[in-house]
Design a protein around this ligand. Structure first.
Ligand code: GRF
Length: 189
């Protein structure tokens, strides 16, 4: 089975997934490809150091969102990808692209959805004053952060919490929850 992990940034969640799958014998039949839209993504080096192939499709090379999504889709098809894992991929995908991968694409989001959708979920949770937030693994649907929820875990928000400290706590949870969820989804295939 071929699995694409899509990243845009530091790739700590991607790293946890790759490391989890590398130590689990049953999962070694899965081939991972790391794809990024950001040529400067720190996650590229993390993936290379772990011995994985990385591919950059710079969204700035495409005039429209649709053009970028078409290029991404073509690459996924070339690589005969069976399943797509979004791990800090900071691009909104067009509904056409999403429907091509319906039931075969998941995401992790740093809040307890349906609360705090969007790119500023961690800050929004602090600003709103909630005392508990967390992470959600969900299927990707055309509406952003609205697909069916697969799994969640929570963290407490302390009084002196900053966006940075809270996101670090949430990422720790994501690094445990997401690989586990992927293991059960991919083994069932
Ligand atoms: C995670 O918090 C994920 O939920 C969000 O982006 C972050 C990715 O972090 N979508 P990293 O790039 O894996 O460190």
């Amino acid at each position: 089975m071929n699995v694409a992990i899509l990243i845009s940034g530091t790739g700590s969640v991607m790293q946890a997934i790759l490391q989890h799958f590398a130590i689990c014998d049953k999962l070694k039949k899965i081939t991972f490809f790391v794809i990024t839209n950001n040529p400067n993504a720190l996650g590229i080096n993390k993936a290379l150091q772990l011995g994985f192939k990385t591919i950059t499709i710079n969204h700035k090379d495409y005039k429209t969102r649709l053009d970028f999504d078409n290029a991404l889709n073509a690459k996924l098809n070339d690589l005969q990808i069976d399943f797509v894992v979004l791990a800090g991929f900071m691009r909104i995908l067009t509904p056409n692209f999403v429907s091509c991968w319906s039931g075969k694409m998941v995401n992790t989001h740093p809040s307890l959805l349906p609360a705090f959708k969007g790119a500023h979920a961690v800050k929004d949770a602090i600003d709103y004053g909630v005392k508990i937030t967390g992470t959600t693994v969900h299927w990707v649907s055309p509406d952003v952060d609205a697909g069916k929820i697969i799994a969640q875990d929570f963290v407490f928000i302390e009084t002196e919490e900053t966006e940075e400290s809270l996101h670090a706590k949430i990422k720790q949870k994501e690094q445990i929850l997401y690989p586990k969820v992927l293991q059960s989804l991919l083994l069932a295939k």
